[in-house]
Every structure is written in structure tokens, then in C-alpha cells.
Design a protein around this ligand. Sequence first.
Ligand code: AKB
Length: 315
Amino acid sequence: MGKILVTGACGQIGSELVIKLIELHGSDQVVASDIKRPCEIFKNRVTFHYLDVLDSAELKKMVAEEEIDTIFHMAAILSAVGEKNPQWAYQVNMQGLINVLETARLLGVNKVITPSSIAAFGPDAPKDGTPDDTPLNPTTMYGVTKVAGEKLLQYYFLKYGVDGRSLRYPGIISSETAPGGGTTDYAVDLYVHAVLQKPYVCYIDKDTPLPFMYMPDAIKAILQLAEAPAEALSRRVYNVNALSLTPAQIVAAIRKFYPNFSVEYQPDYRQQIAESWPHSLNDDFARRDWGWQPDFDLDRMSQDMLEKLKIRYGK
Ligand code: AKB
């Protein structure tokens, strides 16, 4: 069996995915790559390649030399940063993905798993229980690249038989690696500020609902999808749902532990992005095809998050 590559391995999800893959398959089976230097969380535990996914020659060389068999392609520019520089987001997200798919096609890589997002939906999609198949008219460049990426995955499967799989992640709440450049980052910031006992100015209005998921569930989902037998899959891209939360609901959960936590709301350009996304998704296909089910509700997640952050920040 070949090895597993994680691109964007220093990112919020990539870093925890690498740790889980080491646990499951052993250090010598996992290869990490990023344009950043290895992050503390997996430093010295796996082979690390300093690699830009835009460098397709280098990517192919590395995949061939390391005998990679599965790629988790996690490198991407997220929504908020993407709106500041849409052309760059397009370049990284689209060229990066096609480079990975081409590498998979030419070198016979077994599977490519890459996340899509709730950002694939736009304001005309139903807000609650958004189905998998519904209008996809995103209003961010990030969303545009996610929709195009989903279609590209589908194309490579139909035309070349590349086994590409994707799931539409909501905002991910995690304690180990900070998210970077997303609209949903405030959720993590809220927990971090509470533990550091600092007031927080939230850039999303307190009553705006968005879909969220705790990191252990996000890792469980992507691994379940990756490991699902090919014949169980009725589609390439799956909605996954866990929590639907407003900032005020997250703050109320945090205040059970930090009653004096102070938050002010000053919506900025990210409010409009948040309002263009669903409140919750229908994930019946993921539940039926590969047994998806989240483990964490808001209270369980909040308790776990706060405990982990207290240790990280020595509080
Ligand atoms: C973002 O906010 O851009 C991401 C996402 C929802 O895909 N967290």
C-alpha cells in the first residue's frame, strides 16, 4: 500500500488530520506538505515537504518519489481573505486542485479527497436543511472555486476514473490550529478570548445562524468518506451537517463557564458573506451512504474546547 499525502498540512484541518492519520496508519505512512514550515502539532513526526501546490512539476515528483496512493488536498484560500484578493483565491484554489487531479490521473493515485464548503451555496439556496442538489450561485470567489472544484472532481471521475471525493464543510471549531481567513473564524476567536479573559468584538451580528462542526467530527467525516467503499457512494460531493449556531448561542454556552465574558457586535464586510450562506444543511445522503453522524452538540463541544484551550494557553 502507498502512502497518504496531506497538502495544506499546517492549516486548521490539515494539521489535525495529519495527527489522526499518524495514529491510524503510523508515521511512516503519512507525508505532509505546505508552503509554511511544519507546525508544532506534528513537527518531526512525519516526512514534511515544503511545497506549493501551484508547482505541478514538484508536486508530481514528490508524489512519485514518496509513492503516494491517497491525497487529502486541504490547501486553499478561505472566503474572507479570498474576497480581499479574489484572483489569487481563484489561482490557488483552482490551479491547486487541477494540479492535484492531474497528478492523480497521470501517476495512478488511488483516491483524492478534498473539502468543499457551505460557501458553494448562495443567497437563492433554501436556508434551512439545504439539500445537496439545489441552486449553486455563490457570491464569493471562494464559493465560486468550491462549486467549480466540485464539478472538476466529478469531471475527472467520469472522464478518467479518478476517485475524487468531497464534503461540504460548515465552519469548523477547533482548539489546536487557528483558522485563517474564513468568515466563520469568529467562532474559534470567541472561545480563545473567553479563556484568555479578554473582551471580544465580533464581526458577525449576534443573531446570524451558520452551520458549524467541532473538529473531531470534521476529522471523523472526512475519514469516513475516504474509507467508504466505492460502491456505497451515490455521488462525489456530500453535505455534512452538525450544529446550526448564532454568535449569541455560542456566547451563551461559553458564559456557562465564563459568566463575565464580554462581547460586542460590530458587523463588517463578512456579515454579507455569512448572510449568503445556509443556516443548516440536509445531509441525508452522507448518513445513508457512509453512516455519517456527528458526536458533539454545543454544550459538549464548548466544554471540550474550553478545557483544551486552557491547557494550551496555560490557564
Ligand atoms: C470560511 O469561513 O471561509 C470557511 C468555510 C465555511 O468554508 N470556514
